[in-house]
Design a protein around this ligand. Sequence first.
Ligand code: PLP
Length: 372
Amino acid sequence: MMKNLLEDINSTLLMGPGPSCVSLSTYHAMSLPTIGHLDPYFIEIMDGIKNGLRLLMGTKNDVTVPLSGTGSAGMEAAFVNLVEKNDKVLILINGVFGVRMAEVATRLGAQVDKLETEWGKVIDVKEVKAKLASAKYDIVAVVHAETSTGVCNPVEKIGKLVAEQGSLYIVDTVTSLGGIPVEVDKWGADVCYSGSQKCLSCPPGVSPITFSKKAMEKIIARKEKVPNWYLDMTLLTAYWGGSKRVYHHTAPINMMYGLYQAIYQILDEGIENVQKRHKEMHEYLVEQLDGIGIKFLVEKENRLPMLNAVIVPEGVDEAMVRSRLLNEYHIEIGAGLGALAGKIWRIGLMGHTARSYNIDKLVDALKCIMKE
Ligand code: PLP
């Protein structure tokens, strides 16, 4: 039997690894009347989104678009467009999403090499330098903000090394975009993708992505077609670019309204102000958690402000705490993944979630549960 969601759903404070809280203004935008995907007014919205994304991503790339799909669609699109059979691909791994990149590239027939770092530790630039000196790679890929561990990887320094080799550079900014600086052009990233549901504070379903001129040249010069029709950038650019738009798929119109409004709100608050708010809220959380004896997994200098991986105190049943937070206090936080399962909680301060009153609610609830 189905229920009427409007009467049934409970609102939960989203303080996990995503999705994050969505503002009323973004929800309102998403409920506006649906129009056609080739309506001139929708094309204006598409152009607004592309321009807004260029500002958020720090790029002048012409091909900067939101894909219809979640962050994983961005990851797939990055690899499926760039990788040709037997390309040598180096993946820098220090968490779940680096592992996933390797899986995606392997399925495409690439010769995948991995440089693995302990989860919770930052990728060492010296090790990357040595690895790049040992072989020539067509593509190097890394996750900027590793959501599974809360580590911020040094993507700009790695980008300099990749540029010296002349390889193409893929950077995942699913969790970082909107919360900390993303500077695609400065980093020399050739493909950079993100997701709507983290620091952009839009519901999940759209994946911003940008391709450099060099990346597009490789795609256009491919010997074989991109082996995925839906994510083929040579086709998608005909819908998202140029003066005459060609039907490719029916864009999720109302999701795009949501993304437009979410970007509009970030630009309205000011990109730097939004980043400053994330940093300040992270510092406030550190202070509050310190007060109840909860420590962080990652060293201070490599921590992400929007994804706080904290160590579950000795003797505490981590699953019970998460379940009570959700069921009694309507607050969601995340569990550890893989090697960190059972050892950490992941507290998200992404987008609209990054507010002091949310931190107070969580810390008060944690105090009550842990006292009992
Ligand atoms: N990359 C990173 C760093 C992520 O954190 C996530 C999701 O959490 C993804 C990729 C995949 O995104 P999605 O779950 O939206 O498909």
